[in-house]
Design a protein around this ligand. Structure first.
Ligand SMILES: NC(=O)c1ccc[n+]([C@@H]2O[C@H](COP(=O)([O-])OP(=O)(O)OC[C@H]3O[C@@H](n4cnc5c(N)ncnc54)[C@H](OP(=O)(O)O)[C@@H]3O)[C@@H](O)[C@H]2O)c1
Length: 267
């Protein structure tokens, strides 16, 4: 789905909790051409001062004014901080709250938030800043999906257990940077400059992702098996990764994260 600003139901936005994710979302919204007001309700000021100065945001003078002025409120603090962060904000059924808090289900949020705003959950990655990446949302609703589609690829979760699995997929995004860095450093030790290694790794990994996107019916492993035959250099490397449990470790990491998410391990 590709929305344009003129398709959108919402005109004004707000952020409760103005940390890393809020900053990335603000930049993503502005880069997508969103010109409406963005109001911030921060605790400390360093990030919100930068967003006010460089990204056309304003810092709300009161919680009452904030609730009145925002069609959509993004909740972007940690679950342990939610009670204090939302205390005294007089939400009404005119507000839509989109929560990026990993641990709080919709029914828990609805008990904590005053009034009766519409409530949705999202779990984007930091790539939202550049308008790319998956954005799990629960529940689905056309206006919210249109808004989020400005910022990435919206995936509607069937239920909150499905949302947790999509959250684990968002965690995979974070691991990719560590994997890319290992490949770059290995090639650097092998004789490439860091910029050469970086460029070669990123374009090859990007190309593999593109091939998979263009061939949705082919299992990625089938491409690997077709290339990495015994007696080839690619095959030698893949065998090394498998012998050292590299692929198994990735699968194990997904299941560890899922268990932790379903146990609500981190606040
Ligand atoms: N970063 C990501 O890529 C990402 C992606 C998906 C979901 N999330 C989720 O988004 C949430 C925020 O993550 P983050 O990485 O942005 O964390 P963060 O950088 O630590 O930001 C959290 C912000 O919440 C603020 N806060 C805490 N208590 C508050 C209160 N009482 N009133 C107002 N603001 C308060 C903090 O203010 P101070 O500046 O004063 O400490 C901080 O700026 C988490 O639940 C995380 O799981 C993050």
């Amino acid at each position: 789905m590709n929305a344009s600003r003129s398709d959108l139901t919402y005109g004004s936005f707000g952020f409760v909790g103005v940390g890393k994710l809020a900053a990335q979302m603000v930049k993503g919204l502005r880069r997508a051409g969103m010109q409406g007001p963005i109001h911030l309700l921060p605790r400390s000021r360093s990030i919100s001062d930068e967003l006010a100065r460089d990204w056309d945001c304003s810092i709300s003078e009161s919680r009452h004014v904030f609730a009145r002025d925002c069609d959509v409120v993004f909740l972007a603090c940690h679950s342990r901080d939610v009670p204090n962060a939302i205390a005294g904000i007089p939400f009404t059924d005119g507000n839509t709250v989109i929560s990026a808090v990993a641990n709080l289900a919709v029914d828990v949020l609805s008990e904590q938030l005053s009034g009766s705003p519409s409530i949705y959950r999202v779990m984007p990655s930091m790539a939202i800043e550049y308008g790319v990446g998956a954005i799990p949302v629960y529940p689905g609703a056309a206006p919210v999906e249109r808004l989020l589609s400005l910022l990435g690829e919206v995936i509607v979760a069937r239920d909150e257990s499905h949302f947790d699995a999509l959250t684990a997929a968002t965690c995979c995004h974070g691991w990719m940077y560590a994997i890319l860095d290992e490949l770059i450093q290995g090639l650097h030790r092998g004789g490439l400059t860091v910029p050469e290694a970086r460029s070669a790794v990123l374009s090859n990994v990007f190309a593999a992702a593109q091939v998979c996107v263009r061939n949705p019916l082919v299992r990625p492993r089938d491409f690997a098996d077709a290339i990495a035959k015994p007696g080839t250099y690619t095959g030698l490397g893949l065998s090394y990764i498998e012998e050292h449990q590299g692929l198994w470790a990735l699968e194990g990491a997904v299941s560890e994260v899922l268990i932790a998410l379903r146990e609500r391990k981190f606040a």
